[in-house]
Design a protein around this ligand. Structure first.
Ligand SMILES: NC(=O)c1ccc[n+]([C@@H]2O[C@H](COP(=O)([O-])OP(=O)(O)OC[C@H]3O[C@@H](n4cnc5c(N)ncnc54)[C@H](O)[C@@H]3O)[C@@H](O)[C@H]2O)c1
Length: 315
């Protein structure tokens, strides 16, 4: 099978690419190395082509997809580094997303797999767990607005697609959210801040295994990739402390929830379990240890967040 992966040197894209290469598929990756790293994929592999470029470059996308003629397009590339950089978010998430959807349609790509943010439901969803029927309400961030526009184009296109809506995907090569922030601050002996929020963390390897099923034809439309249980942010913090082997427990400051903070963002995975079957979720301590091993070797890259920090605090 031929698979075109955008953002293939990022966290999700590289884990999916590895699984596809292991079973002999032919892969073409496009990445601009904004948050991904070239070394996340093998240097030399006769089934792997890596193109340095941007998905916002329509002639390039048309040329690559027109020449390669993939069976499946897996679109993981996203811009989110700077919440004030609406231009880059639009170029990558919105224009880039639309370029890919139109190229997939024009060149007869059989399936399109997308990764949507749970922020598309707003920062204060009206139900918990959030079902797939919850209205989209992305006006909380440039990231969420632009990611949702691309998902809307996909829905408009008539292409056979799967969109995995995700809360927090973590593991090795994770550069956004609280995990790399806790790691960096704890390593530097700095105090961490947590809120009383609960969040839905899943291991990138578990997601990648399901993306392979989707690549092979399982699923149509929107799915929540979620274990169905949330954990307190402080449990994630404690797992990082354990993985770092810190004996003298560094007490974090616990802040009450801000006005816009959801107490919990928990996604209802029932449709995913019905269509993809039972999923063995990797335990928290295991995936935090894998992430910490990765940071020890490679560093954290940037510790980005998708939303603006309030008072310098991170959940
Ligand atoms: N990680 C999460 O918790 C999470 C949660 C919700 C949704 N998602 C979505 O899942 C997808 C994968 O996330 P991830 O954790 O792997 O992020 P990541 O930052 O590790 O990977 C994104 C990749 O896209 C590349 N990229 C960015 N702009 C590009 C452009 N214009 N052209 C080509 N490549 C470009 C980056 O260099 C990087 O390699 C994203 O679409 C993201 O919006 C992730």
């Amino acid at each position: 099978m031929k698979v075109f992966i955008t953002g293939g040197c990022g966290q999700v894209g590289s884990h999916v690419a590895e699984l596809l290469l292991d079973r002999g598929d032919e892969i073409m990756v496009i990445d601009n190395f904004d948050t991904g790293r070239r070394e996340h994929l093998p240097d030399q592999h006769d089934k792997l082509t890596i193109v340095e470029g941007s998905i916002s470059d329509k002639p390039l996308i048309d040329q690559l997809i027109g020449d390669f003629r993939p069976d499946v397009l897996i679109h993981t590339a996203a811009s989110y580094k700077d919440p004030d950089n609406w231009y880059d978010d639009n170029l990558t998430n919105c224009v880039g997303g639309a370029n890919l959807v139109q190229a997939a349609k024009e060149f007869g790509v059989g399936r399109f797999i997308y990764f949507q943010t749970a922020l598309c439901y707003g920062t204060n969803p009206t139900e918990s767990p959030v079902t797939l029927n919850h209205p989209k309400n992305p006006g909380n961030s440039s990231y969420s607005i632009s990611k949702t526009a691309a998902e809307d184009y996909l829905e408009l296109s008539g292409i056979d697609f799967v969109t995995f809506r995700l809360a927090n995907v973590v593991g090795p090569r994770n550069v956004s959210g609280p995990l790399p922030i806790f790691y960096s601050r704890l390593k530097a002996g700095k105090k961490c801040f947590v809120t009383e929020a609960r969040r839905d963390f899943v291991f990138v390897g578990d997601l990648a295994a399901n993306v392979i099923k989707a690549t092979d034809g399982t699923g149509h439309g929107a799915y929540h990739f979620s274990s169905g249980t949330d954990i307190a942010i402080i449990e994630l913090y404690d797992a990082v402390v354990r993985a770092l082997g810190i004996n003298d427990y560094p007490e974090p400051d616990v802040h009450p929830l801000g006005e816009d903070d959801a107490a919990s963002i928990l996604l209802d995975p029932s449709r995913t379990f019905a269509d993809f079957g039972n999923i063995e979720f990797t335990p928290l301590d295991t995936f935090v240890r894998l992430a910490v091993d990765y940071y020890n070797e490679h560093g954290t890259l940037g510790e980005y967040t998708h939303l603006k920090l309030k008072d310098g605090k991170e959940t």
